[in-house]
Write a protein that binds this ligand. Structure first.
Ligand SMILES: [Zn+2]
Length: 375
């Protein structure tokens, strides 16, 4: 660490040229944040305060459903930090975007994953602070934490947009989420086995399509699956299993996403059930995995945004005010109840909910009807 610092210091003092500086950044593998400190000449004291906000964010526990949006204002030197927990499935492509009114404002999005055995969050990706965005295709299911930190002097209104899209195309032509009639883990044969995929119901003869680019490894009729296709996605090491087909397009080897490869039917053990596609994903390392995240459509996006909120501080109206871990009255945990007149610091707003921090720096949500502007 120290050596790295001295080395980078040396390189920087001997070179004022930005090209060499860029090379220096690569040589010592400086993080985006260290580069930012350097370029903006931020003192170590201020930088450390700013950087240590991550420790706070790692302890925050508010939870969101995606799509999620929040609007508010970044203010200079208030060291705001935003952190959201959310569960993600393999095949979901997470997209975090921060839109500001200033083209030069840097925002640092980061993604962490919770590790049960160590009881910690490990950083798995840093986004691009110049484009103010982060994208990540989830490989392992679990609890994730999205952290968003504006640069120290940021002074602009913002919109945070968090979306997720499936990595694959929906495997049934013109299909939608509501056509999925059975999910991963549903009980089969009275509990003797569990469902190792999802069932997508459609009329007999509806085209079944290649969800991704790949190679057809097997087509034929056998076992419970009846007429079936195995498609190999070499990029991810996934084998896609299409079962109960009525018929299969003959002689196909390479496919592009969207190619028709067969037609929905009820062959195999689906003989007495309505026609549907059984869709599964297998990995060499893990066997069958839940395919839902790979194909579940994003039917609403985070872009439909509410009006911007300009209050910076709020005052709690009654002692009945409830602070919650989610921006919702249902299925949310009440973290505490308020005191009338308690002052809250506004992080942002999502629909009818304020995202706030209280005097103990705890991140929570409170309904707009329970507060008034304090400024
Ligand atoms: Zn099935």
């Amino acid at each position: 660490m120290r050596l790295r610092f001295i080395l980078s210091f040396l390189i920087l003092t001997i070179s004022a040229c930005s090209k060499v500086e860029k090379a220096a950044n690569q040589l010592v593998k400086r993080s985006e944040k260290e580069i930012y400190q350097n370029e903006r000449n931020i003192s170590d004291e201020i930088f450390e305060i700013w950087e240590s906000r991550i420790d706070k964010a790692l302890k925050d526990s508010i939870q969101i459903e995606i799509p999620y949006n929040e609007t508010g204002n970044f203010k200079p030197r208030n060291f705001a930090i935003y952190s959201y927990n959310t569960y993600l499935l393999p095949g979901e492509v997470l997209q975090v975007k921060i839109i500001t009114d200033s083209s030069v404002t840097m925002v640092f999005p980061e993604l962490y994953r919770f590790t049960k055995t160590e009881n910690t969050y490990d950083k798995i990706k840093s986004g691009n602070p110049e484009k103010n965005q982060l994208q990540h295709e989830v490989v392992e299911k679990g609890l994730y934490k999205i952290i968003i930190q504006p640069e120290i002097e940021a002074n602009t209104p913002f919109k945070i947009l968090i979306d997720k899209n499936p990595a694959y195309i929906f495997p049934v032509a013109s299909g939608k989420n509501s056509d999925i009639g059975s999910y991963w883990g549903d009980i089969r044969d009275g509990g003797a086995r569990l469902h190792k995929g999802i069932d997508i119901f459609a009329e007999k003869g509806t085209p079944v399509i290649a969800s991704t680019k790949g190679r057809i490894k097997f087509t034929g009729e056998k076992g419970l699956g009846g007429k079936q296709i195995w498609l190999k996605d070499n990029k991810r090491g996934n084998s896609l299993y299409y079962a109960h087909l009525d018929s299969i397009i003959p002689d196909i080897k390479k496919v592009e996403p969207g190619d028709t490869i067969g037609f929905v039917g009820n062959t195999g053990n689906a003989k007495f059930t309505p026609p549907h596609l059984h869709f599964g994903i297998y990995q060499n390392r893990n066997g069958a995995i839940d395919p839902l995240g790979y194909v579940y459509l994003n039917e609403e996006s985070a872009n439909e945004i509410s009006e911007r909120e300009s209050a910076l501080r709020l005052s709690v109206l009654t002692s009945k005010a409830k602070f919650r871990n989610k921006p919702a009255s249902n299925n949310s945990k009440i973290i505490k109840t308020g005191k009338a007149g308690e002052i809250l610091y506004v992080q942002g707003k999502t629909a009818d909910w304020f995202h706030i921090r209280d005097s103990l720096d705890r991140s929570m949500y409170i309904h707009e009807s329970e507060v008034k502007p304090a400024d």
